[in-house]
Design a protein around this ligand. Sequence first.
Ligand SMILES: O=C(O)c1cccc(C(=O)CC[C@H]2O[C@@H](n3cnc4c(=O)[nH]cnc43)[C@H](O)[C@@H]2O)c1
Length: 231
Amino acid sequence: MVATAVPVERDAVARALPAAEEIRLPGAVLCRTAAGWDLLAAGVGPALAAASAAGALTAAALAGRPYGLVVSAGIGGGFAPGAPVGSLVVADAVTVADLGAETADGFLPVTELGFGNVTHRPPESLVRVVSEATGARTGTILTVSTVTGTAARAAALRARHPGALAEGMEGFGVAEAAAAHGVPVLEIRAVSNPVGPRDRAAWRIGDALAALTEGFGKLAPALESWNPHEH
Ligand SMILES: O=C(O)c1cccc(C(=O)CC[C@H]2O[C@@H](n3cnc4c(=O)[nH]cnc43)[C@H](O)[C@@H]2O)c1
């Protein structure tokens, strides 16, 4: 399954993996491709994306055709200089950046409060196959509930996550749903804007959507050579 946030992202993926039929689930519509991928516009933000992805995963399991892989895909912000606008990033770590507690001494992730998880790691061999096939840069993709809008916040995120190349709003939610079903996850972002001071004029959504289509055109055949037992 490929989970994007919004229909325009799903349609960018579908230009590389044409959808053949529509399947209506409670609360979601899947576009099934001829090659057997299910494309889902899962909603914006980690909570809705997790709920939608979990619904699709459960429906697939109950139908006796559980997914073998879940891909969180879409446009995202890129950290300079590693991820310029128009580039593709594949996550070696899908990390939630703002799930925790603020203290006088700084931010504490939930794991330091004794709860849960803040990072999911896609299979290394899969990340390598995808990066080689698509030319995507490899690094941490942060999931945030609030889009970064200042240089200070961007610097704070990079200080806490030196391997961060991109940020989006859904990856960790989709990864939590996949993990609950024991299914591997991958996250791919096409960079539409720099992470930093808010500047709507600097957005290149069309270029990012084109990069997403091109990336999926190369990724789908590459995945056929991936052996899930080589994790
Ligand atoms: O109004 C703004 O300043 C603003 C800046 C960045 C993104 C938005 C959105 O409403 C889009 C959220 C949507 O797109 C993904 N996305 C794209 N760029 C970023 C980003 O820099 N940081 C986080 N998410 C981004 C995100 O996954 C959502 O699906 C508004």
